[in-house]
Design a protein around this ligand. Sequence first.
Ligand code: ZN
Length: 108
Amino acid sequence: MVNIDCACDNEFARELASYLKNHGLEAKSEESIVVVSDADPEKLLRSFLEYTKRQEYSIRKIDPENFLVSKEVPIEDFGFFRCEMCGYVVSSEEELLIHRRAHGIQLL
Ligand SMILES: [Zn+2]
């Protein structure tokens, strides 16, 4: 059994569970969690997001039994900066410059 956490979105979980059922899997939604019999639902998750035009969602595999599907929110909108080399997040441009130096690269 694999748990798919839909990030508190109960409606999303219901839709996903019925989509998986339509594809011959055993699936049920419990609030915002979908429990599915498939050992590797990642492919179907992707086609579900495509089918329902939810391109802004991303799938994260936490471990082989737990997936998280959530809306990607660009952190830049909240005044944060992300290191383009490793994804590290800082709250100011100065910190980002200092952090980048840790990669051994001097940016002029
Ligand atoms: Zn970095």
